[in-house]
Design a protein. Structure first.
Length: 147
């Protein structure tokens, strides 16, 4: 890949994240127990005040949980489960592996990666990716660009 390709991918990544946050509509109030864990993680990643707890890192869609106990505590508060811990939270994250919404990054502790094309299709199955401006993101996520 050329340097310009990385810039374009980074720009598309930012646009795509804005689309995901715009498209995500909570089913009820912020204290709702109906939120899914991956939505909650995206919310934390979006907010600057949680940069010391969880942050984007490395490749497109990759993030690191810097303070696993704090992320688990916040998730427990959101779900009204005061005994939540990182072991339970990580078990819940593994549920998304088979759905291909996210996966663990090999060799990196507390690091995961979203499959954004799958996230959109899970929420909007009738979305025609080819006619969407976000189709390029899907291509970048699923194909290797030539040098």
């Amino acid at each position: 890949m050329k340097a310009g390709d990385y810039y374009i991918l980074a720009l598309l990544h930012q646009i795509y994240l804005k689309f995901l946050f715009w498209a995500y509509k909570p089913e009820s109030s912020p204290g709702s127990r109906q939120i899914q864990l991956w939505h909650f993680i995206l919310e934390l990643l979006q907010k600057e005040e949680y940069q010391g707890v969880i942050a984007w890192q490395g490749d497109y869609g990759e993030f690191v949980i810097k303070d696993p106990d704090e992320v688990a505590r916040l998730w427990g508060i959101r779900k009204c489960k005061p005994h939540m811990n990182y072991d339970k939270l990580s078990r819940a994250l593994r549920y998304y592996y088979n759905k291909r919404i996210l996966h663990k990054t090999k060799g990196k502790r507390f690091t995961y990666k979203f499959n954004f094309s799958k996230v959109v299709l899970v929420n909007y199955p009738i979305l025609d990716m080819a006619s969407s401006p976000f189709f390029l993101c899907w291509c970048a996520d699923n194909f290797i660009l030539d040098d």
